[in-house]
Design a protein around this ligand. Structure first.
Ligand code: ADP
Ligand code: TZD
Ligand code: MG
Length: 586
């Protein structure tokens, strides 16, 4: 009987690539690369092996940049960040079984965060998988991916590859963006087709991300409510950053005089320190606003699901592309379902028909509260600047002025205290310049996102990482170096998850569950790959190192020595722990 296991009919791995046997024929791998080119894909992130090595070689040959990683999750995090920052799906290429599963974590994360991304995975021969006969890397990948992604397709026939790529592209970017899984079997990748037939099948889709304007009556309902409000506020989410509506939001804020509160990754869409910024007035907005306009922000756990502190009488206007988002936690008085650009343009066009009734006292109260919060914040940074060993605030007192005077640097940020304190300390003034662990608050996006941000924008990147957070993707620092990216990684080492002073309650001599390595020299990891490295113990040393690192536009790693007791359990979200944990952990 013929051994069908992974018989591809073409070269599956290894370099240099052999010359094609039949010059007028091509394989599925070639058709895939060409189809990606036709939808405008210029970059792929991934990790190769059987059966997709040749896909990456052909992609490079076809002018697609292939950024090769050490672990698929990180390549996926790069692809999702590429998607968020460019509005075009980031593409991840993985091998079958574990490579697929490793990458799927990022594709699921992209879906949860509404970032467009396509994971393309080779998969093994169908028949022995379906009969559970134990084939090479056999796994029913499509079935596993399906519940975790926005859409999932399998291609079994080379002639279907162009259609599959276009469908994946459309699914990723249209409506609410998300992660899409494209499964291509090994036989399909190796299937041979005449070049002329392949060229006939290839096409570029028309309008893959169509505008979806909201109904005019939805706009009027929303405008009426906004115009009636005495204490209104905009809450701007990362959907607005993704939709690139900074100009529309600027006009709307200027023309209505309504203050705005950005969610973490919407920071900088309008300046954090602008006169109508309510960034320091989160509680005030929740407790006192009478109308809140959600602009590409979900009323999910990050906004207490509209419960808790929120006023019982506040009325919501919600601008979102996904009708299922409306009413999910609180009744929404004025849903505006459609794409943000069309929705905001329509609101601006109708603005002259409405007279705003914003109470000047509300604006005064927000500005007074902001001034006093800013004063307290500055005092806190100042008084901690001298702490030895450093804590998060001392380190941030050095970093804040440098990042703020380099507004075009993209900031990547993950950790617990490292995340919360950095987000609060550093004002952003440009849209899409902050990428963090976002809706799922996951660790492990750092190095992948840093690569994706640098590759997709060509800009300099600074990643501010907790020592635990860094550990999830730290090996990818080698990718930053191999691709010579202008990325500076700053590691806040407080020796653990949340801090380094956890106690092992069993006293068996093992480290506590939260304890990592307070004396680790992470900078030496950078040395291994030829980066510029720094080990710093004071804000002055950190300041010099960060300035030099950003100016060099080379890979750099700064190990920031903090005190082991710097940082508290779970940062700002300790209240989410089940009750007994709160009493045990330091
Ligand atoms: P944040 O975490 O910043 O609060 P979320 O991820 O919770 O933001 O919400 C983003 C929202 O933006 C999602 O509900 C998504 O459907 C919506 N969205 C994304 N792109 C668009 C768009 N182009 N137009 C309208 N809404 C969008
Ligand atoms: N695993 C994954 C994938 N995501 C998570 N969020 C966690 C585990 C749990 N976790 C957090 O929520 S924050 C964090 C973990 C492990 C790390 C916090 O430590 P850090 O930052 O060193 O990164 P700080 O400054 O010490 O708080
Ligand atoms: Mg830590």
């Amino acid at each position: 009987m013929e051994n069908k296991d992974n018989k591809a009919g073409g070269c599956a791995c290894g370099a240099p690539r052999p010359a094609p046997q039949y010059p007028d024929q091509v394989t599925g791998m070639y058709v895939l690369a060409r189809a990606l080119r036709m939808v405008g894909v210029d970059t792929m992130y991934g990790l190769v092996g059987i059966p997709v090595t040749e896909v990456a070689y052909i992609a490079q040959e076809q002018g697609i940049r292939f950024v090769s990683f050490r672990h698929e999750q990180n390549a996926g995090m790069a692809a999702q960040t590429h998607g968020f920052l460019t509005g075009k799906p980031g593409v991840l290429l993985t091998v079958s079984s574990l490579g697929f599963l490793n990458g799927l974590t990022a594709t699921a994360n992209a879906t949860v965060n509404c970032y467009p991304m396509i994971q393309i995975s080779g998969s093994s021969v169908r028949e022995p998988i379906d009969l559970d006969q134990g084939t090479y890397e056999g796994l029913d990948q499509l079935a596993i991916a399906r519940p975790l992604v926005k859409a999932a397709y399998r291609v079994n026939n080379v002639e279907d590859i162009p259609t599959a790529v276009v469908r994946a592209f459309r699914a990723a970017v249209s409506g609410r963006p998300g992660g899409v899984y494209l499964d291509i079997t090994t036989p399909c990748l190796g299937q041979v087709i005449d070049m002329s037939r392949a060229e006939e099948l290839l096409y570029t889709p028309v309008d893959p991300c169509p505008a979806m304007p909201p109904a005019p009556e939805a706009i009027d309902r929303a405008m009426q409510l906004i115009a009636s409000a005495k204490r209104p506020a905009f809450i701007i989410g990362k959907g607005a950053a993704y939709a690139r509506v900074e100009e529309q939001m600027k006009s709307l804020v200027e023309k209505t005089g309504i203050p705005y509160l950005p969610m973490s990754m919407a920071k900088g869409l309008l300046p954090d320190n602008g006169p109508l910024s309510a960034i320091s007035c989160r509680s005030m907005v929740m407790e006192q606003a009478d109308v809140v306009v959600l602009v590409g922000a979900r009323l999910n756990w990050l906004l207490s699901r509209g419960q808790g502190k929120w006023s019982k009488t506040v009325k919501f206007v919600q601008l979102d592309i996904d009708p299922r988002e409306i009413d999910c936690n609180r009744p929404i008085a004025a849903p505006v379902v459609g794409d943000l650009r069309s929705a905001l343009d329509a609101m601006l066009a109708r603005l002259d028909s409405y007279k705003m009734s914003v109470d000047p006292e509300w604006i005064k109260a927000i500005q007074t509260h902001t001034a006093s919060a800013n004063e307290k914040f500055a005092a806190r940074l100042k008084e901690n600047a001298a702490a030895m060993p450093m804590n998060h605030w001392s380190a941030l007192s050095a970093i804040k002025p440098i990042i703020e005077s380099n507004p075009d640097v993209i900031l990547i940020n993950e950790g617990a205290n490292t995340l919360d304190d950095t987000r609060d300390a550093i004002d952003m003034s440009m849209p899409r310049h902050r990428v963090d662990c976002a809706t799922w608050a996951i660790m492990g996006m750092g190095m992948g996102s840093a690569v994706g941000a640098a590759v997709s924008t060509g800009k300099s990147v600074v990643a501010i990482e907790g020592d635990s957070a860094f550990g999830f993707s730290g090996m990818e620092f080698s990718t930053i170096c191999r691709f010579k990216l202008p990325v500076t990684v700053v590691i806040f080492n407080n020796g653990g998850i949340y801090n380094g002073v956890g106690e092992n309650l069993g006293k068996d001599g093992d480290p506590a569950p939260t304890t990592l390595d307070i004396n680790a020299r992470y900078d030496k990891l950078g040395d291994a790959f030829g980066a510029d490295t720094y080990y710093v113990k004071t804000p002055a040393e950190l300041s010099d190192a960060l300035k030099a690192a950003i100016a060099s536009k080379r890979p750099a790693l700064i190990d920031v020595q903090l005190a082991a007791d710097a940082g508290k359990e779970s940062g700002h979200i300790g209240y989410l722990n089940p009750a007994p944990l709160q009493t045990i952990i330091v």
